[in-house]
Each structure stands twice: as C-alpha cells, then as structure tokens.
Design a protein around this ligand. Structure first.
Ligand SMILES: C[S@@+](CC[C@H](N)C(=O)[O-])C[C@H]1O[C@@H](n2cnc3c(N)ncnc32)[C@H](O)[C@@H]1O
Length: 294
C-alpha cells in the first residue's frame, strides 16, 4: 500500500493542528463518508482531518480543507471519489493474521476440492481488498497447491478506484514485502524493480479486480465458494454490517466459507452463519436458516 489510506497516513504523518472545520462542516464530512461508503468516522479522526484531506485540497488548487468541504458541498466534479479514497483505511498486508490462510490451505481448500471434483471450479471473493495483498495471498497459496486443471476465479473489489489500480499493478515497497510475506514467496514470485517488487504475471493474472461499493447491490457477482470480508465490517455501523452480511449470505454456496477479520464477528448481527468449530472468524451458512428460506 503506497501513499494512500488512512492508517498509512497515521503512521507517516503527525497530527497537524486541528483543521479549522466548523462543527457543521465536520458533521457534513462524516455524513458524506457514511452515506457514500457506510464507514463511520470515529471521534479521534477529527484531529487528523487535515493530514488526510490537505493533499486532496492542494491537488485541486484549493487553499485548505475548509475550502475543500465547500467545494464538496457545492458538488464539484471528481471531488467525491478523491475525498472517499483519502478517508478510507487501506491498511493491509500479505498473510494478514496468518491463521485464516492456514485454514484456507489445510481445511477449506481440501474440503471444497473434494466437493467440486466434477466441475473443478472455485470462485473466491476478497471484498474490500485494498491494495491486493489479501487476494494475492490466496493466489500464492493456490499456486503452491498446483490446482492446474482447475478453473479458479479470484475477484478483488474495493470502493476506491485509486487502490484498485494499485492492486492491479501488484507493485509493493520493500517494507510491504517484509510485512508478513514468507521470503520463499518473495524469491519465487516477485521481480525486483529498483526499490520495489512486482508480483509476476502468473500470480497477478489470477486475480480480477473491480471497483465496487458494498453499499450497492452485489448479488450479480455471486455465487462464491469463499468470501473474505476482513477488516471492512468493523468500519460500518450495526445496520450496515447486517445488510452486508445478509447480501453475503445470499451469494455464498451452502457449503462455502465466510472469512472475517480477527476482531469481527457475526454474533448478534446475523443468524445466517454458524462458526466453523475451533476456527476463529470463519463461518459457514447456517443449514436451518437455508432450509427455512428454501
Ligand atoms: C482495512 S482495509 C482491509 C483490507 C483487507 N481486507 C485486509 O483485511 O487486509 C478496508 C478496505 O475496505 C474498503 N472499503 C471501505 N468501505 C467500503 C465499501 N463500502 N465498499 C467497498 N470497500 C470498502 C477500503 O477502501 C479499504 O481498502
């Protein structure tokens, strides 16, 4: 992930003097981000608004964030996407949290391989894929599993067009490839470009990317055997989480898997999934709910 994303900025930038946003402008910004993306801005973000939005203001020849919000309010073309991109948390890394990828390799994949022996087709969706480390981690594992005669579709989607372009390029900095990626994958599947590293086409080409907002209807993308929606639901409020989980339940195969982030759960939000025994953050559709709705 490079030069975009809220958390990377948090690491690089010191909070600057609080933006001179009036309470009404700040409320407008929060409502704007929530309506467009479902993302709820937490209170502690207010003091960092300048760090996120000043570069957008400058790129658009606006004096400061206050002027930027005025232009946004006035509906200036092209600003909405730039503001949404700047306010998003794009934090991600290869093999993030480790365990779910062990479960993918050692449980989900062998189980689905058996179940799909006839059709030899698997569909996997990384929803909110950021700069691509998550879907590429899946591709790297699949490559090592040599499922050569299988037709495997991996789709990565994100609300941010900028981050999707970055994901497509598959170029990562030295510190990004040092974060979570086992060195044997780096040696085997990346090519060095000056200071950066690019994934080889045979891994990049395994993933198709699309700009997609989870607030929009996504039923046409399915069905999927595995859906990863990690560290995205936690950005939403209860109603939005419930709506997204409801949509996911409709397009996940009855024997498919939903993978959430380490701090996320369906508990108390949706009764359409059951936890995979002993595997944190991994769910399958609930048989009783499926029977009732059929
Ligand atoms: C914290 S990153 C998670 C990346 C990856 N899934 C992981 O766990 O490493 C969250 C991503 O969700 C995306 N996102 C936020 N709201 C979204 C929405 N409404 N629709 C699609 N993507 C969204 C952000 O742009 C960001 O790239």
């Amino acid at each position: 992930m490079q030069n975009s994303g809220l958390q990377s900025k948090e690491r690089k930038l010191k909070p600057v003097k609080q933006a001179c946003l009036s309470p009404s402008d700040y409320t407008y910004l929060c409502d704007f981000v929530k309506t467009r993306s479902g993302v709820v801005l937490s209170q502690d973000k207010e003091s960092l608004i300048d760090s996120y939005l000043l570069p957008v203001a400058r790129e658009n020849s606006l004096k400061d964030v206050k002027e930027l919000i005025s232009a946004l309010r006035a509906g200036r073309a092209g600003l909405a996407n730039q503001v949404i991109n700047a306010m998003m948390t794009h934090e991600t890394f290869f093999f993030r949290d480790g365990k779910p990828f062990d479960v993918f390799r050692d449980h989900m994949l062998p189980t689905l391989k058996k179940a799909r022996q006839k059709e030899k087709h698997l569909k996997i969706w990384s929803a909110g894929c950021s700069s691509g480390q998550e879907p590429y981690t899946i591709s790297l594992i699949l490559k090592e599993k040599a499922l050569s005669k299988w037709n495997i579709d991996i789709l990565g989607t994100d609300i941010s067009p900028v981050i999707i372009e970055q994901a497509k390029r598959g170029i990562y900095t030295q510190s990004e490839v040092q974060r979570g990626l086992p060195v044997q994958y780096l040696v085997k599947y990346f090519k060095q470009l000056d200071c950066d590293w690019q994934l080889v086409p045979e891994i990049r080409n395994l993933v198709k990317y699309q700009v997609r907002n989870l607030m929009d209807d996504f039923q046409a993308l399915g069905p999927f055997d595995i859906i990863l929606c990690r560290n995205v639901l936690c950005l939403f409020d209860y109603q939005t989480k419930a709506r997204v989980l409801d949509g996911i339940a409709k397009i996940l195969a009855p024997d498919g898997y939903l993978v959430l982030g380490a701090g996320e759960t369906v508990l108390g939000i949706s009764n359409q999934f059951r936890k995979l025994e002993g595997k944190r953050g991994i769910y399958q559709p609930c048989a009783e709910v499926l029977e009732k709705s059929s």
